[in-house]
Design a protein around this ligand. Sequence first.
Ligand code: SF4
Length: 99
Amino acid sequence: MSVEAPFQKVEEKLFQNRYMVDSGQPHIKIMPHDKPSKNLLAMTHLCPAGCYSKAESGQVELAADGCLECGTCRVLCEASGEITWEYPRGGYGILFKFG
Ligand code: SF4
């Protein structure tokens, strides 16, 4: 007889995390742009925390609150200079909770 683990949606798992916002000092910044690159646009689908979104103007916007510090956007967009990425200051950012 097998025992199945209880199903949990990603949103429910993310809700278990806590995030300390460093007001006015986002640890990721997006550079001004007219038209987003393919990689930057892809972040609107790839960011697991949903920090990237596409504005009506066609530009990509970023709200770093809730960032999981997974580094996906750093890998895709930092080298091209489209974003700057640093870890949050001590005491701020994501606090992972398990269980
Ligand atoms: Fe999203 Fe990960 Fe980039 Fe944070 S580091 S904004 S979670 S892709």
